[in-house]
Every structure is written in C-alpha cells, then in structure tokens.
Design a protein around this ligand. Sequence first.
Ligand SMILES: Nc1ncnc2c1ncn2[C@@H]1O[C@H](COP(=O)(O)OP(=O)(O)O)[C@@H](O)[C@H]1O
Ligand SMILES: [Mg+2]
Length: 281
Amino acid sequence: MMSLLSAQNVSHGYRSFSLLGPARYHPVLEDVSMEIGRGETLALLGRSGCGKSTLARLLIGLETPMHGDIRFEGKPLNNLSQAERLALRCAVQMVFQDSISAVNPRKTVGEIVAEPLRHLTDMTVAQQSQRVVELLESVELCAEDAEKRPATMSGGQLQRVCIARALAPKPALVILDEAVSNLDLLLQIQTLDLLRGLQEKSGLSFLFITHDLRLVERFCSRVMVMDGGRIVEEAAVHGQVRLEHPASKQLQDAILPAWPRGCARPDQPQGAVRQPLIVNV
Ligand SMILES: Nc1ncnc2c1ncn2[C@@H]1O[C@H](COP(=O)(O)OP(=O)(O)O)[C@@H](O)[C@H]1O
Ligand SMILES: [Mg+2]
C-alpha cells in the first residue's frame, strides 16, 4: 500500500531568544518516522506537550521540519509542483479542538463550510450552495443551519460544522487534533461514529490525535504512542490494546476511575483491569 502521507526521520524544535544569553534550541520532535495509508484510522496518542500538534503542523506543511522530510504520496513536500501543492491542500484537512476559535463568528455556517470550496475549487456559487447542503446533511445538520451564526450553535453542532468544512474539498485524510476533546463523552462517541460512517462511504483516512486511550480503542485500527517527541510504541488495535512502554502505561492508568493508588477497590483485585467504555449509542 502506498502511503498517503509520511514523515521520514523528522526532527524539529524551536529557538527561544533572550536578551541575557544566547538563543536556546528546544527540541520538540526527535527522529520521528511514520506513515499513514489510504482508508486507515491511525491514532497518535500522547500526553499534553509531547509534540503531537507540532507533528500535525509539519504533516500538513504549515511548518518545515529542521531535519528529515514529509512526503505526500511519496514526494517530499518541499519539492512539490504548484499543482501537487494544490492537491495536497485539498487532500489533507485538519479539525481542531477549539471549534469556536476555528470559525469566523461573523460568517454564517454556510459561508464557513463553503470556504474551502471558494479557495480550492472553481465551483460556481450555486454549485457551492448545493454542496454546502450535502455537507451539512452528511454531518447530520440541516440545510436551514446554513443561515445560522456560530454563536447560536452548541459545541457539538459547531464541531460538526468544522468537520463539514474539512470534508468540503473531498480530502483523502482528515487530521483530528483533539477534535472531540471538548465534547462530553456521549457527544465524543456520537461524533466518532459519524466519522466512521463517513469513512465507510468514502474510504477516507483519519489521523486521530488524542490523549484518551478509550477513544483509540473504539475508533482506531493502529496506534502510535508519542512521548517526549519520539514515537515510543506502535501497535495494532483490536478492541482492547495492550501497550508496554512506561509512557503508554501511564496513559492507560490515567483512565482508571479515580481511586487511591495501592488501595484495592472492594469489588476488584489489586491492579484491576481498566474499565471498558460501556456507553453504547
Ligand atoms: N511555535 C512554538 N514555539 C515554541 N515552542 C513551541 C511552539 N509550538 C510548540 N512548542 C512547544 O513544543 C512542545 C510540544 O507542543 P505541542 O506539539 O503543542 O504538544 P501536544 O500537541 O502534544 O500537546 C511544547 O513544549 C510546546 O511548548
Ligand atoms: Mg496539541
């Protein structure tokens, strides 16, 4: 399977400048290699600050890595023709955690969803409106929502507006950067089920960035664990995932229900199994 998007030995960091001393280099990613194929749902799991969003920005070409390269369909991003660059801008879309700040509050929902159609396609205004309705319906919103302003929508609805916008240019890959983290558990699951349904129809790939192992188990087919800017573990996901690296175990423990360490729950033996995600929608 040819990879859609890949990172090859990517290292990246930031310089901080100070009036008092020399500029310091802060490494963020170290020797990251990964690839995502067509139709797959790959999880990038890691604690806050480990470098997940930085990798996402590099993957979509918002920043250029200091070492190594990012390839789109096998071609390095810094070597794409104009036409290939446009193809990349359509093929890879991103949805962020904070949907409120990801949209212009003065625009209508219809205008927001049509943005990529205006920038990336040569559709007429009538064709755009038609497509906006289809997109809104695909995320279980309705044609009338196109007239609304973001402030009048709930968090879950607004996140679906952002998903509809990401789907507008018919991408091959959508990067979901903590995209459901602000929603309550039920809405998270509904949103992921919706995304999975869209994937079944269109063969779309997802890169699902999260710190929540339960969602990985429910939604993804493969997981990469990142810690301190490195990929420390990779595993296939079939229901419950068994991870070995200490950083992975920490994330596993983080989802145990709150209960003092070293103190066995009355109903479970010491070191009891994780609570499965029991909500079924
Ligand atoms: N533009 C930037 N300038 C300086 N430091 C940054 C910048 N972006 C991210 N960082 C640093 O890189 C590290 C990783 O950040 P990030 O990729 O956002 O992690 P994550 O998404 O896993 O929470 C953090 O220490 C963060 O402070
Ligand atoms: Mg992040």
